[in-house]
Structures are given as structure tokens and as C-alpha cells.
Design a protein around this ligand. Structure first.
Ligand code: DGJ
Length: 690
């Protein structure tokens, strides 16, 4: 090797070796001194018995031709094991770009590595060019990062419709953990992110390494511990056989892999990713308007008077944005027809949307509209006119009675931009709820994902103030690729507060609360049938980008007053909730969850304790808080929404009457004694520095 490049964050380092061969990654992990001394000599592994007479390291594009027995960084044909020699590099601030090539194979790769010095988020982006004379069929091009051997436990997400973002742990032996998404959209069950760390890593302990692939199509995440003692993490787009061929001169760019290291558990990963996302120029800046969404209030039953009354009730409750969900366009009376026909239904809206929008705006709210542009129902004028615009071949499979439009086709994109543009030109629409309700089957995903990105990017360029929500049957498209062009995620169609407690906790690992839609639904959950008090529903939704999804016109006056109370509380706390540090507490009782948000200056915080089921103990284990300033004295105030209905109790801890003062150190050491709560109830606590 002839040198190294050392990229530094505040608490992590990445060191890449430079020389004629493929650059090895000598270190990714704890922050190193500026002078890395003899790092190359110290990290060069021994040559094993019964193996090649070569030193094998984790490189930026590991190749079997170098003796690498893990998964290759680049797969393809005809050159299936190219060796990417380093041609040179450029160092520009916190970014190093490595130029690699295999002259014999006629392939070139650039690898751009950036360590964001403020947040410690490392980004890895690769590009492949076909410099040869023959076509090159790409099997995959993935970002590869080394892991220490101690990283022997992984956390990944699983889920399904109405049960997204559930964490699962995987002990790792000498084995490979592979998470593949083949649904063509990001998916409910294979989120493109994971964490690997020391065994038993938790919120505030353990050395952890996390990664998120910014891509909304098929992907593969891989963690492998090799018998040689090397371990690595790899992520990239999953390309189906024959999906991508580079003609001579053509280039393929990978989605960006974002990664972070934390020496002190998951809290550090959350801090890095939240700070990184919040620092993006496109991150929502103004307060997140409280939403009233019509879906669970009226479904497809769009009646102008009823919607106006709903808008009135929403405005009275303090809503700031009224979102007209599915059912407004020509022929859309249920989910079997009309997708693609993006014209206002004259039967339901004889004067177009003008009267409703005028009413909504006269009540001080913005107007938002639901769309699902990538889809078409066979029973639609669009499909009858352009059956060839649908993907899936001659015998396509339906999902929710619909097909997927081919967004690689410029005519399709032009049609969608034309229709959406016409709506946005005619009406003052501040927000689109952009849905995607089925998987891709019998079709490739690469060009489709890029096509969707192009439509979204073009719309945002043409309508700079427009906000967009990413929804896909709930949380089926939640990733950093879609978030580069949208302003919020709908994490789940489940508004059941009990389910939402876990869903939102998982969501918060990588994504900040201001990007997380969270609605107060009706008393009986439409997706689970459970009945919850308003206090629990509101205390759960309060922490996200708040909304109401409930037919408030049918609610009692006291319920409406309580919703207004919850909305007012959210608005008061919103500056804290949407800028502070998310703290997930490790409460010892599995029958409860606890979390909070602490302001950056540590002078204000709010915590929630949610009783999910019955506890083992008769008296709840005290709530020990984290993230507060050790010596700061806080006034501790319980918050109430919609009355105090925690259930019958003989006595309550004295601090619940208010006025207690405790230091952050005390709140961490002995914590707060808790009242006995009925299952599926929550307690909110506000802390204000004296
Ligand atoms: C699925 C979404 O997740 C729901 O919120 C709603 O918008 C429906 N689609 C409408 O069809």
C-alpha cells in the first residue's frame, strides 16, 4: 500500500488503504487518532493454513479472484470475477472518490465514501461503467463495509400490513444473514435497514453498526461472518436475472448506502440518523400541520355536505390540513375500479373540488389529496385506452384489483405528470398522499423505481411548495430513497394505539418523529376491533406528525373537546417533539413500553409510559428516565388528555399531584414510581428545567 485515507466523524473513523490493488477498508468503527500510525501492519491478517498464499482483506469491491470467499461486491457476466485495480483517488473534504478499473474486463467502478463530520453518517455510493466493447450483464453491485468479529448479533425488521417495523434479533455464527426484498416496492416485511453489534446490544450499551439502503425497489442486505475471521456487511439493489445489461459506454449507479457506528448502543444510531435527516436541505422546516384524513371517516362515501361537516369538526378540533383520501375521482366507488382516471368525479363533485377546498380553506386549513399514480385498474378508461401501459406481461397478476403502470415508459410518465399537474394547477393543493397498494409481480423493479423517482422529482421541481406523503398500504414504502422526495411516511394503516406503540418504536430507530404520520382513530380500531380510551389513542399519536382519522361528526361533544385538547397539547409540545432527541427507554417489564423526547439543550422533555398488558408485579416497576442533564433540576408534571381514566387504584404516587422537583441524575437513578394502570392506557410526563 502507498497510503491511506482517513475519514473522521465526531466519534467514528473510516480508513481506506491506497495502492495499486482494490482498496481495502482497514477500519470502520471507533474514532482513531489523526495519526493512525502503523494501521496497515496492525490490521493485515495472517495467511491461514490450507488457504491461498495471500492476505485477504475486506475491500471496497471484494472479488473472488482475490481469494475473497464472501459474497462478491460486483457480480455479472461475462467477466464474473473482475479485479478492480485502483487508478487514482480524489479527496474532497469528507469525501473520497476511488477510481477503479479492470482493464481486461473492460469495467470501471467508482466508489464514493463520505463521512458526514457532524452526524457520523457514512455514505457509500458505487457506479459501474462498461468501458469494453461487449455488453455487460450486471448481477449486482453492492456496498461492502467491514465488521469486527465481535459484531455477532443482528437486528432487522419484519412486519406485514398493519404490523410494520417489528424488530427481530439474529445470533450470527459463521454464517450469512440475508434479507432479500423481491416485492418491487420497499415492502412491509423487509425494511432496507439493519443493525449489527456486540451480543446483547441495547439502547445505551454495546458497539453497533447500522445501515440503511436508500432504495424503494428490490434490495438485498447481507451480513456474513467468514471462517477466516473476517466479517462484513453488504447492501445493494437486488437485480433479477436479465434485468440490467450495460451496453458499451453505459453506467449503472447504486443506491446510496447510509451507515453509522455507535460505541454506546442504538441510541447513538438514532441520534446519527435523525440528525443526518434533519440536516437535509429538503427536510420539512415549518411546523408539521395537524392533519384530518377522511379515509376511516368516510371511506369511498364522498358526499359534499358530509365532508364539509367533517371539515368543520376537524377545524374545531384544531386540524390544520384536511386530506381527501381515496374515492374522489371518476368512477371510484370502491377499490375495484378507476385507478388511472385522475379526473374529479362529477357525480360526487358537480362543481369540481372548488367548493370543498374553499370551505376547507375558509376554516383555516390547507387541502391535501390522495393519489395512487403508479397504478391502474383494468376497469378504467386509462386501461381501456392503453392496456399496453400496464406491467406484468400478457397474463398479469392483480393485487387489490389493480395493475402497475410501466413508469419506464416516457408516455406513461408524461400522462401522470399531465394529470397531476392539471389538478395541481387547478386547485390549491398543498399536499399529496401518494399511495402504492400492491407488489410488482412478473416485472422488473429497477426501471420502475427510477421512473417513480423521476415523476416525483419532476413534480417537486414544478411545484416547490408541494408536500408529499409516502404511503404503500401503510408502511410499505418507507426508506431513505423515497424520503429524498417526500415529506412524511404513513407507517401503518393500523391506528390501534396498542399496535402503534411497537410500530412507532421500530420506526424511530432510523427515522425522526416529524416524518411519521400518527393519527387518532375512532374508539374502536377499524383494523383490529380493539376499543381504546381517547387518552391512550392520543398519547400514542401525540409523538408523531399528528392527525385525526375518525368521523368526528359522529363523536360526542366531550370526545370532540378531548380531541381538541390533545391537538392543543401536541401543538404546544410540537417544537420539542419534532426537534429533540428520541429516547427509547429499556423498561424491564415486557408488559409496558416507555419512550420520550428530550430537547437538544436538555431543558425540556416529555416521556410516555404505555401499559400494554398485565404486569408480573402488582405495582409497576419505577420509570427510570434517560437522556436528561444529570445536575439539572426538573419540575415533573403529569399530563392528562381527555380525563384521567387510568383505572381504579387504591393510591397514587405522590408526584402525580404535581410540583415535584428532581434532578436528571435522580430521574435516571431511582426514577418515578408509577401508578397502577389498566392495560392499554398511557401516562405522559413533562419535565421542565427550573
Ligand atoms: C391504503 C392506505 O394505506 C390507506 O391509508 C388509504 O389511503 C387507502 N389505501 C385508500 O385506498
Amino acid at each position: 500500500m502507498t497510503g491511506i485515507v482517513h475519514l473522521r466523524g465526531a466519534r467514528s473513523s473510516l480508513v481506506v488503504g491506497l495502492g495499486p490493488g482494490t482498496p481495502p477498508i482497514l477500519h470502520w468503527g471507533a474514532r482513531l487518532p489523526d495519526d493512525t500510525g502503523s494501521i496497515e501492519a496492525a490490521t493485515g491478517p495472517a495467511i491461514p493454513q490450507a488457504g491461498l498464499d495471500e492476505v485477504v482483506r475486506v475491500t471496497v469491491v471484494p472479488s473472488g479472484a482475490e481469494g475473497w470467499t464472501g459474497h462478491p461486491g460486483l457480480e455479472g457476466a461475462p467477466s464474473w470475477a473482475p479485479i478492480m485495480a485502483c487508478q487514482g483517488h480524489e479527496l474532497d473534504g469528507s469525501t473520497v472518490t476511488l477510481r477503479l478499473a479492470d482493464a481486461t474486463a473492460g469495467l470501471g467502478v467508482t466508489v464514493a465514501l463520505t463521512m458526514d463530520p457532524r452526524t457520523d453518517v457514512l455514505s457509500v455510493a458505487l457506479a459501474l461503467t462498461n468501458d469494453g466493447a461487449e455488453p455487460y450483464r450486471i448481477g449486482g453491485l453492492a456496498a461492502t463495509l467491514p465488521l469486527p468479529w465481535e459484531a455477532s448479533e443482528a437486528l432487522s425488521f419484519t412486519g406485514r400490513w398493519c404490523r410494520e417495523w417489528h424488530e427481530q434479533r439474529h445470533p450470527l455464527g459463521v454464517a450469512t444473514l440475508v434479507r432479500e426484498n423481491r416485492r418491487g416496492r420497499t415492502s412491509h416485511d423487509n425494511s432496507p435497514g439493519l443493525v449489527v453489534g456486540s451480543p446483547g446490544f441495547g439502547e445505551r450499551h454495546g458497539e453497533v453498526f447500522a445501515a440503511q439502503l436508500a432504495w424503494s425497489g428490490n434490495h438485498v442486505l447481507r451480513v456474513e461472518r467468514l471462517a477466516s475471521g473476517l466479517a462484513y456487511l453488504q447492501a445493494g439493489e437486488l437485480l433479477l436475472p436479465g434485468e440490467l445489461t450495460l451496453e458499451p459506454g453505459e453506467r449503472y449507479e447504486t443506491p446510496v448506502l447510509y451507515a453509522a457506528y455507535s460505541p454506546d448502543g442504538l441510541a447513538g444510531i438514532t441520534a446519527s440518523f435523525h440528525a443526518f435527516l434533519r440536516a437535509r436541505p429538503g427536510h420539512p422546516q415549518r411546523p408539521r400541520p395537524v392533519i384530518a384524513n377522511t379515509w376511516e371517516a368516510v371511506y369511498f362515501d364522498h358526499d359534499a355536505d358530509r365532508l364539509a361537516a367533517l371539515a368543520d369538526a376537524a377545524a374545531d378540533a384544531g386540524a390544520e390540513r384536511f386530506v381527501l383520501d381515496d374515492g374522489w375521482f371518476r368512477g371510484r366507488d370502491d377499490d375495484t375500479a378507476a385507478l388511472g382516471d385522475w379526473f374529479v368525479d362529477e357525480r360526487k363533485y358537480p362543481d369540481g373540488l372548488h367548493p370543498l377546498i374553499a370551505h376547507v380553506r375558509s376554516r383555516g386549513m390547507e387541502f391535501g389529496l390522495w393519489v395512487e399514480p403508479e397504478m391502474v385498474n383494468p376497469d378504467s378508461d386509462l386501461y381501456r385506452e392503453h392496456p399496453d401501459w400496464a406491467l406484468g406481461g400478457p397474463d398479469p397478476r392483480l393485487g387489490r384489483h389493480q395493475l402497475v403502470l410501466d413508469l419506464a415508459n416516457p408516455d406513461v410518465r408524461a400522462y401522470l405528470l399531465g394529470r397531476l399537474g392539471a389538478l395541481l394547477d387547478e386547485y390549491p393543493i398543498a399536499y399529496l398522499k401518494w399511495d402504492h397498494n400492491r407488489d410488482l409481480v412478473r416485472s422488473y423493479g429497477h426501471a420502475q423505481t427510477l421512473g417513480a423517482y423521476r415523476v416525483l422529482d419532476e413534480l417537486r421541481t414544478r411545484y416547490p411548495g408541494l408536500e408529499i406523503e409516502s404511503c404503500a398500504s401503510g408502511g410499505g414504502r418507507a426508506d431513505l430513497g423515497i424520503l429524498a422526495r417526500t415529506d412524511r411516511i404513513w407507517p401503518s394503516d393500523c391506528n390501534d394505539a396498542l399496535e402503534r406503540q411497537r410500530i412507532q418504536r421500530g420506526f424511530s430507530l432510523f427515522l425522526p418523529p416529524e416524518l411519521m404520520g400518527a393519527h387518532i382513530g375512532g374508539p374502536r380500531s377499524h383494523t383490529t376491533g380493539r376499543v381504546h380510551d381517547l387518552g391512550f389513542r392520543a398519547a400514542t399519536a401525540l409523538f408523531g406528525h399528528l392527525g385525526i382519522e375518525w368521523d368526528l361528526t359522529a363523536a360526542s361533544p366531550s370526545e370532540r373537546a378531548a380531541v381538541a385538547e390533545a391537538v392543543a397539547l401536541h401543538k404546544r409540545l410540537r417544537p420539542l417533539l419534532h426537534s429533540g432527541d428520541v429516547v427509547r427507554l429499556e423498561y424491564p417489564d415486557p408488559a409496558a413500553l416507555a419512550h420520550g423526547v428530550v430537547a437538544a439543550d436538555r431543558r425540556h422533555a416529555v416521556f410516555a409510559y404505555a401499559q400494554l398488558g398485565t404486569s408480573e408485579t402488582t405495582v409497576p416497576v419505577p420509570l427510570r428516565l434517560a437522556g436528561l442533564a444529570e445536575d439539572t433540576r426538573y419540575t415533573v408534571t403529569p399530563l392528562r388528555i381527555g380525563g384521567d381514566r387510568f383505572g381504579p387504584m387504591k393510591s397514587r404516587p405522590a408526584w402525580l399531584t404535581g410540583g415535584s422537583v428532581l434532578t436528571g441524575g435522580q430521574l435516571a437513578a431511582h426514577g418515578l414510581a408509577l401508578p397502577v394502570l389498566h392495560p392499554e392506557h398511557a401516562l405522559l410526563v413533562e419535565l421542565t428545567a427550573q
